[in-house]
Design a binder for this molecule. Structure first.
Ligand code: HXC
Length: 257
């Protein structure tokens, strides 16, 4: 596919998407978000892709938020009809996705990273929800996803002051999986992605679905989703292969079915 604002490539079983407006700090205009949703869906349909990494072009930013210039004159209806459908599509990605964050992940950029399943950040990464300074609030899940990870009090401070928080601090609070030296976030994210992509793909997708259920349901319903997915995996050839390979003391060869 022809994309204007993202780059798409693959490395073995790992799909890589780069937000590519480095001069604008990868600000998320409508088209970029819609292209990103298209690229994620297309990797999702490709059974040879086991994990996806999303990163930002340039040294300065993962993404500095929604495109403020594009947003400035919009009406509520235009916002609603604009890129919000794309955010829904991004959320529905079934393949595990890792955000590789170098530099700023602000506003919609922070929210985008939180749509994904793991976050690897460089030590110069900065997370924040600075919307309040523009007279708005986060609109792509920032108040909800931050509160579920950081709790009420730190989330209130971030959302009410717009403060930028370091990768180290986010890691201490569980919002970042690993902090790596400046410039090494993509490399580290790819290492992690290759480990995920080696696993049985159907199991990885159902594992993701099950973990996400913890944020959407009661414990009883979540346990039920986990149990059903667990039983379902006993229908896969990969489960037979994985258990047999263990018994035969060899590495499993997963086929994705
Ligand atoms: C449009 C942006 C932008 C943005 C940066 N740029 N962020 N353009 N939308 N969100 C542009 C700048 O205008 C500038 O272009 C160029 O990128 C470089 O940015 P500078 O500001 O010159 O860089 P610097 O001084 O280093 O400051 C970096 C920064 C600052 C602290 C990240 O750019 C900043 O505060 N950006 C806005 C962050 C923000 O408020 N994000 C939330 C957006 S609202 P020109 O051509 O002017 O030189 C949001 C709502 C999400 O995200 C709702 C869900 C969809």
């Amino acid at each position: 596919a022809d994309y204007q604002y993202i780059l798409v490539e693959r490395e073995e079983r790992v799909g890589i998407i780069t937000l590519n407006r480095p001069k604008e700090l990868n600000a998320l205009n409508n088209q970029l978000v819609s292209e990103l949703a298209d690229a994620l869906e297309s990797f999702d349909r490709d059974s040879t892709i086991g994990c996806i990494v999303v990163t930002g072009a340039g040294e300065k930013a993962f993404a500095a938020g929604a495109d403020i210039k594009e947003m400035a004159d919009k009406s509520p209806i235009e916002m609603m009809e604009g890129n919000f459908r794309s955010w829904e599509r991004i959320k529905r990605t079934r393949t595990p996705v890792i955000a590789a964050v170098g530099g700023y992940a602000l506003g919609g950029g922070c929210e985008l990273a939180m749509h994904f399943d793991m976050i690897v950040a460089s030590e110069n990464a900065r997370f924040g929800q600075p919307e309040i300074a523009l007279g708005i609030i986060p609109g792509a899940g920032g108040t909800q996803r931050l509160a579920r990870v950081l709790g009420k009090y730190r989330t209130m401070e971030m959302v009410l002051t717009g403060a930028h928080i370091s990768a180290q601090e986010m890691a201490q609070h569980g919002l970042v999986n690993r902090v790596v030296p400046k410039g090494e976030h993509l490399k580290a994210a790819l290492e992690l992605a290759h480990k995920v992509a080696e696993q049985a793909p159907v199991a990885a997708r159902l594992a993701k679905e099950s973990v996400l259920a913890a944020f959407e349901t009661s414990l009883e319903e979540g346990l039920e989703i986990e149990r059903k997915n667990f039983f379902l995996l006993f229908s896969t050839e990969d489960m037979r292969e994985g258990t047999r390979a263990f018994v035969e003391k060899r590495k499993a060869q997963f086929q994705g079915r």
